[in-house]
Design a protein around this ligand. Structure first.
Ligand code: IPM
Ligand code: MG
Length: 353
């Protein structure tokens, strides 16, 4: 179980350190975990002049899974697009063909009050967003900014091939089979041809999964339904850009973006695991960031890439326990709870394990 660890920028190193301590506990108990550290994002630009250096690419290709903290920060915002930390993230996803991004949004009972929505709307919420991650307008050609008829124009290309849609649809249907067997595909077929094809191919793929109840929703309506009645959803499948937006929206339903892990998988379940929150430069280096999303990302890694469901459950149960015990970092704090920092939260999880 070879893990390439990319701590990244901002709070990345602090939160990854706690996840590594959790993995250490599992290693001591016999799991054959090996870790090797690499650079991705702004730290890689500083050290190697490239947000996704060749050395990192080789390390990531050789590993069985990748654990990532977060990339980016104001320090690198002025750089050319190719040198931006985010570019490193997009390139590693593409290089490893991590086309299936799984973003669960789960409301922990202890944190239901932290949601911006009424507790009765979100209590028990458990949805999974399956976002296509290596296609769409993010990667489509042509793209650019140029002068036409004396003025600047900017353009990008939204494009999906049927094989790209079919493989992400299969991942989503399979995920639905392991859950409540309901899948909602989100598109904008009333306006965009690329997403008409998306809908057609999802419908074709449904024939392989007759037990899953398939529905379709236009993306604007889906954005609205997610706040009106989020519990109507089980699994949502959508393209790269819509999935980027809807998964941020869904994370806020849970009240705690600092709690949510994600997995980005290739066809063989090799994966990159990262919290869905960003690098939070405003609190970086202060030891106050919430490490739980990264710890839960490590648990997803154990489950999806290493088939170590028992170890994953042990970590997830420990996280539930520390919440029940009242430990809270600043982002999820509430009156009467015990406020802790990054390291103390890691300590509590390890103690609970
Ligand atoms: C995400 C992020 C990235 C994306 C950025 C940092 C490139 O927003 O993982 O959702 O848009 O995919
Ligand atoms: Mg995003």
């Amino acid at each position: 179980m070879k893990i390439c660890v990319l701590a990244g920028d901002g709070i990345g190193p602090e939160i990854v350190a706690e996840a590594l301590r959790v993995l250490d506990v599992l290693r001591r108990d016999g799991l054959p975990l090996e870790t090797e550290m690499g650079l991705l994002g702004g730290c890689a630009v500083d050290a190697a002049g490239d947000p996704f250096p060749d050395a990192t690419r080789d390390l990531a290709r050789a590993a069985d899974a990748i654990l990532l903290g977060s990339v980016g920060g104001p320090k690198w915002d002025g750089l050319a697009r190719e040198l931006r930390p985010e570019r490193g993230l997009l390139r590693i996803r593409k290089d490893l063909e991590l086309f299936a991004n799984l973003r669960p949004a789960v409301v922990y009972p202890e944190l239901a009050g932290a949601s911006a929505l009424k507790p009765e709307v979100v209590a028990g919420l458990d949805i999974l967003i399956v976002r296509e991650l290596t296609g769409d307008i993010y990667f489509g050609q042509p793209r650019g900014i140029e002068v036409r008829d004396g003025e600047r124009v900017g353009y990008n290309t939204m494009i999906y091939s049927e094989s790209e849609v079919r493989r992400i649809a299969r991942v989503a249907f399979a995920a639905a089979m392991k859950r409540n067997r309901r899948l909602c595909s989100v598109d904008k077929m009333n306006v965009l041809e690329a997403t008409q094809l998306w809908r057609d191919v999802v419908i074709e793929t449904a024939a392989e999964f007759p037990q899953v109840e398939l529905s379709h929703m236009l993306v604007d309506n889906a954005a609205m339904q997610l706040v009106r009645n989020p519990r109507q959803f089980d699994v949502i499948v959508t393209g790269n850009m819509f999935g980027d937006i809807l998964s941020d929206e869904a994370s806020m339903l849970t009240g705690s973006i600092g709690m949510l892990p994600s997995a980005s998988l290739d066809a063989a379940n090799k994966g990159l695991y990262e919290p869905i929150h960003g690098s939070a430069p405003d609190i970086a280096g202060r030891g106050v960031a919430n490490p739980l999303a990264t710890i839960l990302s490590a648990a997803m890694m154990l489950r999806y890439s290493f088939g170590a469901a028992e170890a994953a459950e042990r970590v997830e149960k420990a996280v539930k326990q520390v919440l029940a015990q009242g430990y809270r970092t600043g982002d999820i704090d509430a009156p009467g709870m015990t406020r802790v920092g990054t390291r103390a939260m890691g300590d509590a999880v390890i103690a609970a394990m």
